[in-house]
Design a protein around this ligand. Structure first.
Ligand SMILES: Cc1ncc(COP(=O)(O)O)c(C=O)c1O
Length: 410
């Protein structure tokens, strides 16, 4: 029996993987090497031995290892500058957190304080974090056991068209999903919604790629009703969709952006809310009721500064890997057990119609061959999310093992 809890599971009967080291996109357990095609929990976007990030953490630990929340120091000032330089024009402030859930909580708090309204609209097909507010804003299976959560969360139906696939390429008129959002705003009361919080592309919930116009339609409906659009980029930021931020792929500019995971490449816990000037200026004369002891922790800032320096070249270099992933996933899509597939940048999903026993067999094959991908048996889907630094050869090897596992599990 373990002295600590494991997350999101029954505690009894679970044996964790004992990990002793890392190299590139590999980690070692029991003297054997595993291939990571999931970027761990989607945060290790630069692999597991990125020397500039490690060195930056080392140097920060010897100069300023801890700080007061309202101190200014070089790593914090530099990070805010870099994030705002990467953000769209018109973004003027950063609020730091320790992770993605807190980034979403604080974005929601900011929206409430600025609009004076309390409702937030989110989707069923989403995950926004495990704190009480973020979990209530979450739509997926992790929310119901903790209900009732916070008041004022209005949840939207999932896209009726399975990730808007049927709408891709169509533009000029509202997609059914965006129309549903407009109708829900009207039903709730146009002056009651503080914010609409959406994952740019719902990630762990199956890589549901919106149509090219969906997010800008949502932005239009939000703006008309005075609600703020918050895009949760915790999973899709930092190269995951082939650009620094995921929303760059969809021609939309939100009012706030929430970040975590890849911000430090997963080497230290850090999240952030990027806030547009129009929203941030409210707090010049009003109190921002938000803060954290480890706000902008120096070691996490140092990790993020180094990671942000590495990302542009790594993203540019990842194009062959993105192409290889989309080609190979389309091939896997022809397997009899695969009903749908989707891919964008370095994020891909396969809907694999196996029963529980089939998923158990597949998991055991992947464990035996030591390949990490994200298996979501309850949702009958697999998500693949290699690091930007994964080689095309490693990707092919891992997906070959996955293919063999799916064939055997049928
Ligand atoms: C889209 C999204 N938002 C928020 C979170 C929560 O982030 P954290 O676990 O750092 O609180 C996650 C985590 O998986 C996520 O995928």
């Amino acid at each position: 029996m373990s002295d600590y809890f494991y997350t999101w599971r029954k505690q009894g009967g679970f044996t964790p993987l004992e990990v002793t080291g890392t190299r590139g996109v590999h980690f070692e357990s029991g003297g054997q090497e595993w291939l990571d095609l999931g970027s761990l929990s989607y945060q290790a976007n630069l692999g597991l031995s990125c020397e500039p990030v490690i060195e930056s953490i080392r140097q920060q630990a010897t100069s300023l290892p801890a700080a007061l929340p309202n101190w200014s120091f070089p790593a914090k000032d530099e990070l805010a500058r870099k994030l705002l330089a990467a953000a769209p024009k018109g973004f003027s402030k950063v609020f730091f957190t320790l992770g993605g859930a807190e980034a979403n909580e604080n974005a929601y708090k900011i929206a409430r304080l600025v609009t004076g309204r309390h409702k937030v609209m989110t989707r069923y097909n989403s995950y926004h974090g495990a704190t009480m507010g973020a979990l209530t804003m979450t739509g997926d299976y992790r929310r119901p056991p903790l209900e009732p959560g916070i008041p004022g969360v209005v949840r939207l139906l999932d896209c009726p068209c399975r990730g808007c696939q049927e709408n891709i390429g169509k533009s000029g008129s509202d997609t059914p999903c965006a129309k549903h959002i407009e109708d829900t705003i009207a039903g709730e009361g146009r002056d009651s919604i503080a914010a609409i919080l959406l994952e740019t592309v719902p990630g762990a919930n199956g890589v549901r790629i919106p149509s090219p116009t969906f997010l800008s339609e949502v932005k239009k409906h939000a703006a008309r009703s005075g609600a703020l659009l918050i895009l949760d980029e915790v999973l899709v930021g930092f190269g995951r969709l082939g650009s620094m931020f995921g929303f760059e792929q969809f021609g939309v500019i939100p009012d706030m952006i929430t970040l975590a995971k890849g911000l430090t490449a997963g080497y230290a816990p850090l999240g952030a809310v990027l806030v547009s000037e129009r929203v941030a200026s409210h707090f010049e004369e009003q109190v921002l009721y938000a803060g954290l002891t480890n706000y902008a922790h120096p070691i996490a800032c140092a990790a993020a500064n180094a990671a942000l320096d590495v990302y542009p070249a790594s993203i540019a270099k990842s194009k062959p890997l993105q192409d290889a992933l989309s080609r190979r996933v389309a091939e896997l899509g022809k397997l009899k057990a695969v009903s749908h597939f989707r891919s964008i940048g370095l994020l891909a999903a396969l809907d694999v119609e196996l029963d529980d026993d089939g998923y158990r067999k597949l998991a055991s094959h992947l464990n035996q061959e030591r390949v990490l991908v994200h298996l979501y048996s309850s949702r009958r889907s697999i998500v693949i999310a290699p690091a930007l630094t994964c080689s095309v050869d490693d990707l092919h090897r891992g997906l070959g093992i996955l293919e063999e596992g799916v064939r055997r599990a049928v």
